[in-house]
Write a protein that binds this ligand. Structure first.
Ligand SMILES: Nc1ncnc2c1ncn2[C@@H]1O[C@H](COP(=O)(O)OP(=O)(O)O)[C@@H](O)[C@H]1O
Ligand SMILES: [Mg+2]
Ligand SMILES: [Zn+2]
Length: 395
């Protein structure tokens, strides 16, 4: 038996199986019920949140014979039936009424011309031909322009669904002619539940918060979560008893970020060593660790410095003894003022990152900046009282 990866095996076949995107699926289902289907759609959102999946289900529903023939079913269920000939063709990947086009690799004007040529022909069976154009932001301006005419006067049978992770790169001339749907990152809890039901279906036992760790790492992408789960299952099969998934197993596999990495940051600052700092940033990015979480942990790490500096004791530092000793030892390397400057800067960066697209790049810069901040603090200065109070109040 050939092995099928989880992301494909558990790809939703109906609108109701798509998690956390009800604002999209409900609107599409309403338009099907009302018979008001547009010709152009933009599905935007980060990777692995259900854009392609929703587009395929939409296409399947548009051609479902049962939905066309049975008004009651259309009104009450509004899902592709999965049983008629057309639905079966869609599910086996043999339907001629859906074309998927990857704009990342076919982005020239000639490619678009070929597509336009294709669009002229109507469906052989069924009602609509649906063109899913993935990564549409990769099209050149000339290619977009070549497309515009088709989008202005589409043949009645043609429906275009443009999927993109970068909505802002799509020219207004295109996006203003489409209905836009923004897919959300999937909340951690929904990812966890989905992984749990997959594990149940696969008869795999999971321990404690192991799935939460996977969900956190996936950062809102269901596909990523499912790929990590594949990996974890393979890993657990050889390491743990009965193939059960353990918290520790997942933490090991995912390189869960620990205190050492936090000390790497403060070491890099202390040594004024940008290359070491970039290594840390790369480590975080490569492991898919959430940058906001990392900065959160970094603030906590610096808070531990301040505690030790102000109390001259580690009793309020909740860490194993060896780590407390390290705080005790390293706390003398910075003035409290320098530590507070770093904290202020990180808190500011956290706010800014929420509104940024170029997350990783900004994150790297922010870490590098920490070195500058500390180096520009006069060595002899101790923390002015007001600053100290401000920080302690913000805790
Ligand atoms: N909202 C979701 N609900 C359930 N599964 C999802 C969802 N989003 C993604 N998946 C899973 O991830 C896989 C990839 O999703 P896909 O729709 O191709 O993502 P996108 O096109 O947004 O990158 C699907 O096969 C499915 O298993
Ligand atoms: Mg996709
Ligand atoms: Zn059907």
């Amino acid at each position: 038996m050939s092995y099928q990866v989880i992301a494909r095996k558990y790809r939703p076949a109906k609108f109701c199986d798509i998690t956390a995107q009800e604002h999209v699926t409900r609107t599409i289902q309403n338009s099907l019920r009302m018979g008001r289907v547009g010709h152009g759609y933009i599905f935007s959102g980060s990777r692995g949140v259900g854009k392609t999946t929703a587009a395929r289900i939409f296409a399947k529903a548009l051609n479902c014979q049962k939905l066309m023939d049975d008004p009651e079913y259309l009104q009450q269920v509004t899902e592709p039936c999965g049983e008629c000939e057309s639905c079966r063709d869609f599910e086996s990947g043999t339907s001629l009424n859906i074309s998927e086009f990857d704009a990342a690799s076919n982005n020239s004007v000639d490619d678009i011309r070929a597509l336009r040529e294709n669009v002229r022909y109507g469906p052989q069976k069924g009602k609509y031909r649906v063109y899913i154009i993935d990564e549409v932001h990769m099209l050149s301006i000339a290619a977009f322009n070549a497309f515009l005419k088709t989008l202005e006067e589409p043949p009645p049978h043609a429906i275009f669904i443009f999927a993109t992770t970068e909505l802002h790169k799509i020219p207004a001339t295109i996006s203003s002619r489409c209905q836009r749907f923004n897919f959300k990152r999937i909340p951690l809890e929904d990812i966890q539940n989905q992984l749990q039901s997959i594990c149940d279906a696969e008869h795999i036992t999971v321990e404690g918060d192991a799935l939460q760790l996977i969900g956190r790492k996936a950062q809102g992408s269901m596909r990523d979560a499912q790929s990590i789960l594949d990996q974890v299952i393979a890993f657990s099969a050889e390491n743990d008893h009965d193939g059960a998934i353990s918290y520790q197993g997942v933490a090991d596999l995912l390189n869960y970020i620990d205190d050492d990495t936090m000390f790497d940051v403060t070491d890099a600052v202390m040594d004024g060593n940008p290359s070491k700092m970039l290594d840390v940033a790369q480590f975080v990015i490569r492991n898919g660790y959430d940058e906001q979480d990392f900065l959160e942990k970094l603030v906590e790490h610096l808070r531990n410095f301040l505690v030790v500096q102000n109390l001259s004791s580690t009793r309020l530092v909740e860490r194993p003894d060896a780590v407390r000793e390290r705080y005790q030892r390293d706390a003398g390397n910075f003035s409290p003022f320098a530590v507070m400057q770093m904290v202020d800067f990180i808190l500011q960066t956290q706010k800014e990152l929420k509104f940024q697209f170029e997350y990783q790049f900004r994150f790297e810069l922010a870490l590098l900046k920490l070195i500058d901040i500390v180096q520009s603090v006069p060595v002899v200065t101790d923390a002015p009282l007001a600053q100290k109070k401000k920080y302690l109040n913000s805790l």
